[in-house]
Design a protein around this ligand. Structure first.
Ligand code: NAP
Length: 472
């Protein structure tokens, strides 16, 4: 049984889950296909009513859902509660706006007739999701595609099966028809088989480069449209005119939230030389004041990482960076608790030839760099194989915006946290993947953008169709 919950705070095996069977997979595919056909004849707005009920149930069950997520992957209980609320916000947004956003788009064309683009469902979508936001990652794909009418099959991370089952149960309780979202505890091979099935029309993955490459390859082989939301090594740029206290106040939070395991949490802090020393000192003071402990306890401010494997991987990266010349400004000491804790760590002097320079540190590790101009900050921010998000801090928002416009990522926020909201597109460029989730872009990521032209009669004089030559 590959799917199991091991509480990362105390390493207890909480529950194992049986692997998906071939019968369950066939059932998910045939139920999903039948639902796709049924939904094609039903008004989009009807699904909005169910999506509102899903939002209501998420809020009613927030405490229980939050506990499940925290036990699955270790984040602070308050963070889990915030995640459940965000899921409800996303569901409400698509329930309220989905039908309008999916109305046909008219095109002004020559004398051909009335041209419009219909945004129609395409069929079953396979979604592969990670453990770091075990509900929100599902909801980002679920809410828009539920409105579109694409039934979904979910393969969640093997360490968050409790959250996957709880999410599926909320959808069932809300009265969504069977097949709307079927969670399967599927192996990689079974995921490949599902992607290859002719009833499946799309694949959405959020995860690592390794997982993304493998799933995208299978999708490409089977000519299935896919979107890839992969890693990030976002830059947090502190410009020379910034208020250093305000910058640090943002910096420690974005690095520690979710124990640093966020694709868009800034991992590289690029600081103007006049502020560098003060920034380091104040970042360290904030890291020092964090309290590791039980993520269920409201006094805890530093959560464990999600698994032993993740902790070992991050520790290995710190060791390798240091072995190749990086310096520990703060941290890298063991924490005397049985769970998967890493002390927040600040690395400096990570040179370009350090093998860790281009790696994503997926945990509470901040790399801090000193630069002497805006251009140097921009060049360093862009010297990355990844391009997901980023933050720029400046006393002058227009100055910050001018720098933000030059950063090669999918999202940049000036003087603010990078927030994820349903009306804002989420996604990256370069090694961070392709496609966008949420917003109107995410809503139409897996639609058939179908052209329909309706004329009273053929326009034989129209040269564009080439038929004028046959005119009687
Ligand atoms: P991962 O190993 O790629 O796992 C993500 C999901 O993909 C899991 O469900 C995993 O299943 C599955 N998977 C991996 N390889 C697969 C394969 N060959 N076939 C089928 N399924 C496969 O990612 P992770 O390391 O746990 O997650 C962290 C990464 O995700 C980081 O790089 C982070 O930046 C990125 N991330 C990106 C975003 C974004 O929106 N751009 C958001 C969050 C996280 P198993 O659990 O069974 O291995």
């Amino acid at each position: 049984m590959a799917y199991k919950t091991v509480n990362p705070y105390n390493n207890e095996l909480v529950k194992s889950y049986p692997d998906a069977t071939s019968e369950e997979i066939e059932d998910a595919l045939s139920t999903g296909q039948a639902l796709y056909k049924k939904w094609r004849d039903e008004p989009v707005a009807d699904r909005g009513i169910i999506l509102h009920t899903i939002a209501d149930l998420l809020r009613e069950n927030e405490d229980e859902l939050a506990k499940i997520a925290t036990i699955d992957m270790g984040k602070l209980l308050s963070e889990s509660k915030g995640e459940v609320e965000l899921c409800a916000i996303i569901a409400d947004y698509y329930a309220d706006n989905g039908a309008d956003l999916l109305k046909p788009t008219p095109i002004s064309s020559r004398n051909t007739g009335d041209a419009e683009i219909l945004h129609q469902a395409t069929g079953i979508l396979m979604m592969v999701e990670p453990w770091n936001f075990p509900y929100y990652q599902i909801m980002r794909v679920f809410a828009p595609n539920f409105m579109v009418g694409n039934p979904m099959i979910l393969k969640h991370a093997s360490n968050t099966p409790g959250s996957a089952a709880a999410f599926e149960s909320i959808i069932e309780q809300a009265g969504a028809p069977a097949g709307s979202l079927t969670n399967l505890f599927a192996s990689y091979d079974q995921v490949s088989d599902i992607i290859g099935d002719p009833r499946v029309q799309g694949v959405a993955l959020t995860g690592s480069k390794r997982g993304g490459q493998s799933v995208a390859e299978t999708a490409a082989k089977n000519l299935k449209k896919n979107s890839m939301e992969l890693g990030g090594s976002d830059a947090f740029v502190v410009l020379s005119d910034a208020d250093v206290d305000k910058a640090v106040d943002l910096a420690w939070r974005v690095r520690i939230y979710n124990a640093g395991q966020v694709c868009t949490s800034d991992k590289r802090f690029i600081v103007a030389d006049n502020l560098y020393d003060e920034f380091l000192k104040k970042l360290k003071a904030n890291f020092e004041s964090l309290v590791p402990g039980d993520p269920m306890d409201p006094k805890t401010t530093l959560a464990p990482m999600n698994s032993e494997r993740a902790k070992n991987k991050l520790q290995g990266q710190i060791d390798k960076a240091v072995a190749n010349g990086a310096k520990i400004y703060y941290g890298d000491q063991p924490i005397d608790l049985p769970g998967q804790f890493i002390q927040p760590t600040i690395l400096t002097d990570v040179a370009k030839d350090n093998p860790e320079f281009y790696d994503e540190f997926f945990g509470p590790v901040a790399q801090v760099f000193k630069v002497s101009s805006d251009q140097e900050a921009i060049d360093l921010a862009n010297d990355s194989e990844l391009g997901l998000g980023g933050i720029v801090v400046s006393a002058d928002p227009q100055h910050g915006k001018a720098v933000a416009e030059k950063i090669e990522t999918g999202m940049v926020f000036v003087n603010s946290f990078l927030v994820s909201l349903p009306e804002l597109p989420f996604g990256g460029v370069k090694g961070s993947g392709y496609g966008r989730e949420m917003s109107s872009l995410g809503l139409t990521a897996f639609t058939n953008e179908k052209l329909v032209v309706t004329a009273q009669e053929p326009d034989w004089n129209n040269p564009a169709g080439g038929l004028a030559v046959f005119k009687k």
